[in-house]
Write a protein that binds this ligand. Structure first.
Ligand SMILES: *Cc1c(COP(=O)(O)O)cnc(C)c1O
Length: 364
């Protein structure tokens, strides 16, 4: 119930808010970029905002071991591994792979999983079927260290629970301070303080979406939050994000309730009730599969890098910004909108997908 919970200071804050004018033409609306890919060094990205709260809680509870999970190229697992090394905690990572026996034989050393290994994390491979039981597997895994007297702390997938999402409530308060200092060059002034029409970002486990939607509404940072799903579907994330948001409001009752809106402007009959946090989950940009882009999305990612110097990643941010451009094209986001795009990181995952991008690079 304490809005000013103890937190660690891991993020190089405030992260800049930048304009890249060439991006406006690519997206079709005016875009500012919140550089949360620059929250730190190798541990950078959105996950350390959540870990500021989660690992403070772990330390308060006397944990010596932190257990978490993700895909093989999980940015969350990598950030957890690196921060645990810094804090003197043991990290145990349950990573999803198609074939655990083969993954154990042919230890991949690229991108995030290379950094996990460098940080000395204990890596355990699990199959997609086992991964569906990740909650039970991680709870069970506490047994071993705890039998040896080392308290363990389980961080859920993506750090996405109510406590973790407070990291993005705090990030939106950071944006409010940047707005008040006039650091968002070119934003329309408004009585009562400048704000964005839309704040948009990639959504993979829902914690960022819950924190951004609640925090942006409370701090008056944006009228609407758009979460672009990179897997699963809209119904799945509406449920997941609502659950995380309810937990977050348990920690901080001053946060507003969530109002879910339809991504299609034509179907959006009702506006969000006054004071509610308007959230749109858009699952039309997720592409062929988790961590897989289609050729159009790959070409988009390459074009953004070439024209703006901004490097997106193929799992999250590339799909989300592509999805934003499609939403503008369809008229679901107005071409007149002022949009804050939260760049949530993911560079190590891009560096593990060089081969997959070859065809998009050859194209000019
Ligand atoms: C994890 C991640 C996301 C999604 O955040 P969630 O809180 O898991 O929904 C977006 N972008 C990047 C680069 C990530 O690593």
């Amino acid at each position: 119930m304490d809005a000013s919970r103890r937190r660690l200071f891991l993020v190089h804050a405030p992260t800049p808010i930048e304009r890249r004018p060439a991006l406006d033409e690519i997206v079709g609306a005016k875009v500012w970029i919140k550089r949360d890919d620059a929250t730190g060094g190798a541990e950078a990205g959105n996950k350390i905002r959540k870990l500021e709260f989660l690992l403070a809680d772990a330390l308060d509870r006397g944990a010596e071991v932190v257990i978490t999970c993700g895909g093989l190229q999980s940015n969350h697992a990598r950030a957890t591994a690196l921060v645990c090394a810094r804090l003197g905690l043991r990290a145990v990572l349950y990573l999803r792979v198609p074939d655990p026996a083969r993954a154990a034989r042919e230890l991949e050393l690229s991108g995030n999983v290379l950094l996990d290994r460098l940080a000395g994390a204990e890596v355990c491979f699990v199959s997609p079927a086992e991964y569906r039981e990740r909650g039970a597997i991680m709870e069970h895994a506490r047994g071993e260290p705890e039998a040896e007297g080392a308290p363990a702390y389980v961080v859920p997938e993506g750090g996405s629970n109510g406590l973790g999402s407070l990291g993005y409530v705090e990030a939106m308060r950071e944006v409010r301070r940047q707005l008040d200092l006039g650091l968002c060059e070119g934003l329309r002034p408004e009585p009562g303080g400048a704000r964005f029409d839309v704040v948009a970002h990639a959504c993979g486990s829902g914690g960022t979406a819950a924190g951004v939607a609640l925090g942006a509404a409370q701090a008056g940072v944006a009228r609407e939050a758009w979460a672009f799903a990179v897997c699963d579907d809209r119904a799945y994330f509406e449920t997941a994000i609502s659950r995380v948001a309810a937990e977050a409001r348990g920690y901080d009752p001053s946060l507003p309730p969530l109002a879910l809106l339809d991504p299609s402007a034509g179907a959006r009959v009702a506006a969000a009730p006054d004071g509610a946090a308007a959230l749109v989950v858009d699952d039309r940009a997720k592409g062929p599969a988790y961590a897989v882009m289609d050729l159009e999305q790959k070409r988009f990612l390459a074009r953004v890098a070439r024209r703006t110097g901004l490097v997106l990643d193929p799992v999250y941010t590339g799909k989300a910004l592509w999805g934003l451009a499609r939403a503008v094209e369809r008229g679901d986001v107005s071409a007149d909108a002022d949009v804050l795009f939260v760049h949530t990181g993911g560079l190590p995952g891009l560096l593990a997908q060089g081969e997959e991008l070859r065809e998009a690079l050859e194209e000019r």
